[in-house]
Design a protein around this ligand. Structure first.
Ligand code: PA5
Length: 447
């Protein structure tokens, strides 16, 4: 059962009907590259069948570990960067109460999940330690390579804190390592120290890893139903497998993006009308940007949090440079509602009193789409019926499979990320990391 709809009716002014069907031969070729494993980067496409072909024993261990953390910790610190935290953060925000992290421990059903290692800002780490205070906590260190600097620094800090608080043996019981099955410094450390380990599968890159232990352990710890999440993704796997463009909304999305890109629409905004989707936009930006921004090509992924941002860069969208298109993500059924109160005094809102706020929010989205279309901004709408795990799983899969097709349509490898190494090389050179000495002087001379 599909809970996701894809509406392209507002593209009519920008893309002719025949243009989509003309994409079919290219989409068929891209589908073959992806499904037959003949495309570049094919060794990183195991995410395609992850919703149905995942390690069931590990899945059971994830649930058991989540229960253990729920029983002995008030806080889970998730340490990771990029694909090693964005998916979990997006899902937890989407599935939980907005102010979940602000409630006292007694008012929350599950541990607070807080994130570290996604920057190198020392004050952030100090504040995080302060917020944990003397409460019981556990740590999930996540790094596929096991060598990434940001999480490695944060992990040293939290390992030390755990060992001071619980002793070496007690700390070991509270550290969960999610990393490569065979190699990397974190794998070696976890083996040596005897941490419980979870695997980032070989054929799944970081930004496609939310449906592995990378996302599942934090999500389950925060109370998410990971069975339903996988069931939704499995529905996506089934629904978005057809190479026929008329039958596959995810492939249509990829094809329309490609058509728009060729017409000069080089920036895509993922739009939401609800703060619980802000982090989903961050996850999506990595998925799109790291997959497609290569060889001097690619759509620049950005996000818009509406109606908030309509009062900041809304002006630009409406009348600025015409190279933007929007994809709105919307949930049909509100999680809860507010009736706009009646009031005797006239504040100009009399025509709305007694209405639901969700009606106003939806109407705002409809009005904005029309205004932006009139202003020359093509719009597409991805709508899920409910704000739950099943719908989220399906939507995650929708965007993952679309970016695979989209990348092949644009003639790049959607599954590598060579550009991410450039800043690391310079940072290591400047920091004097062994092996990078020859870079140090030339970089310092350029500062
Ligand atoms: O998608 C990716 O590959 C990256 O964003 C990585 O997830 C990120 O760089 C973190 O890498 P690692 O998990 O190896 O620490």
């Amino acid at each position: 059962m599909s809970t996701l709809s894809f509406d392209t009716s507002k593209l009519a002014d920008f893309v002719g009907e025949e243009e989509l069907s003309m994409m079919q031969p290219m989409v068929t070729a891209a589908d073959e590259l992806l499904r037959k494993g003949t495309g570049v980067g094919a060794e990183f496409t195991d995410w395609l069948h992850l919703p149905t072909e995942y390690d069931k024993d590990e899945f059971a261990r994830i649930k058991a570990a989540a229960k253990k953390i729920q029983s002995n910790s008030k806080v889970l610190v998730v340490i990771g960067i990029g694909g090693s935290y964005l998916g979990a953060r997006a899902a937890i925000d989407f599935l939980n109460d907005y102010f979940n992290n602000y409630y006292g421990d007694d008012e929350r059903d599950f541990p607070q999940v807080l994130f570290a290692g996604n920057s190198i800002a020392p004050a952030y780490l100090n504040s995080l330690i302060k917020v944990i205070g003397d409460r019981d906590f556990s740590v999930n260190i996540i790094s596929k390579s096991g060598t990434t600097t940001e999480p490695a620094i944060a992990f040293r800090v939290f390992k030390q804190l755990l060992e001071e608080k619980y002793g070496t043996e007690g700390a070991r019981e509270r550290i969960f390592a999610t990393t490569d099955a065979h190699r990397g410094s974190l794998k070696t450390l976890a083996d040596t120290e005897g941490y419980e380990e979870f695997v980032v599968p070989d054929g799944v890159g970081g930004r496609f890893s939310v449906l592995t232990a990378v996302g599942l352990l934090p999500i389950a710890t925060a109370g998410g139903d990971i069975d339903q999440l996988m069931a939704g993704a499995a529905a996506g796997e089934q629904t978005y497998a057809d190479a026929d463009l008329t039958k596959n909304p995810a492939y249509q999305y990829a094809a329309y993006r490609n058509i728009l890109y060729r017409k000069g629409y080089t920036t895509e905004l993922l739009i939401n009308y609800d703060p619980t989707l802000v982090q989903f936009g961050e996850w999506w930006k990595q998925l799109q940007g790291e997959s497609e921004g290569k060889d001097g090509k690619g759509i620049f992924p950005a996000s818009g949090n509406f109606s908030t941002d309509l009062h900041s860069f809304g002006q630009y969208i409406q009348e600025g440079r015409r190279n933007i298109f929007e994809t709105m993500v919307r949930v049909t059924e509100p999680v809860s509602d507010v009736v706009i109160p009646t009031m005797d005094a006239d504040d100009g809102l009399g025509y709305l009193q007694g209405e639901n706020m969700s009606y106003v929010n939806r109407t705002a989205s409809e009005g904005t789409v029309l205004a932006h279309v009139d202003g020359g901004v093509p719009n597409m709408i991805v709508e899920i019926d409910k704000q739950n795990e099943f719908a989220l799983g399906q939507m995650i899969y929708f965007f993952e499979v679309a970016v695979g097709i989209s990348g092949y349509l644009n003639g790049i490898n959607p599954f590598n990320q060579p550009g991410v190494e450039a800043y690391k090389r310079n940072m290591f050179g400047l920091l004097g990391k062994p092996g990078y000495e020859e870079l140090t002087e030339s970089l310092k001379a350029r500062l």
